[in-house]
Design a protein around this ligand. Structure first.
Ligand code: GDP
Length: 182
């Protein structure tokens, strides 16, 4: 089954978003890799794709060795998942583009992994400010990228953006299916 991985800085709102997307009804399936079960969670959605919950990054108070270990863990994941269709990098709409997120997107790009951006917690800003922050983010991305990745405006507390993210995934799955049948 196609997989979509969700990742972002700790506290970005990933668990809340996943709860919103899954309505907490889906079956949780833990990773088959021994020793890693507490780190990666798989949720099967509509019986036709896996939502992969990757651990948060950017903890301020961890040692260099744990940072290295974490990087290795994440790169191992991305190198090994043949079913991975796309990653979603979660970004708190309130913050200016953060080097750690931009570097992570750079890594995905260089590894040939398609990704989208999910802006979280948009209920915390007024519509005009949302537009401005998204605009600023896009301008920053266009300094290094030729085109913008797909992006989504979401709020888990106000249930905003659920439909958009889920339809994007469904449509992508349909395209994959169509290609396979050709
Ligand atoms: P995670 O560490 O990335 O999994 O983040 P959580 O989902 O645990 O959320 C971190 C904090 O942000 C919690 O206090 C949430 O209540 C809050 N939060 C998450 N999503 C939203 C949102 O859409 N709107 C608002 N206002 N708060 C949110």
């Amino acid at each position: 089954l196609p997989e979509y991985a969700f990742i972002g800085r700790s506290n970005v709102g990933k668990s809340s978003l996943i709860n919103m997307l899954t309505n907490r009804k889906s079956l949780a399936k833990t990773s088959g890799r021994p020793g890693k079960t507490q780190l990666i969670n798989h949720f099967i959605i509509n019986n036709n794709w896996f939502l992969v919950d990757l651990p948060g990054y950017g903890y301020a108070r961890v040692s260099k060795t744990s940072k290295k270990k974490f990087q290795k863990f994440i790169t191992n994941y991305f190198e090994q998942r043949t079913q991975l269709v796309s990653a979603f990098v979660l970004v708190d709409i309130r913050h200016k583009p953060q080097p750690i997120d931009l570097e992570f997107m750079q890594y995905l790009g260089e590894s040939g992994i398609p990704f989208g951006i999910i802006f979280t917690k948009v209920d915390k800003l007024k519509p005009k400010a949302i537009d401005r922050h998204v605009q600023e983010y896009c301008e920053e991305l266009l300094k290094t990228w030729e085109e913008l990745p797909p992006y989504f405006i979401t709020s888990s507390s106000k249930k905003i953006g659920q439909e958009e993210v889920l339809s994007f995934i469904e449509e992508t799955n349909n395209e994959i299916e169509a290609l396979r049948n050709n």
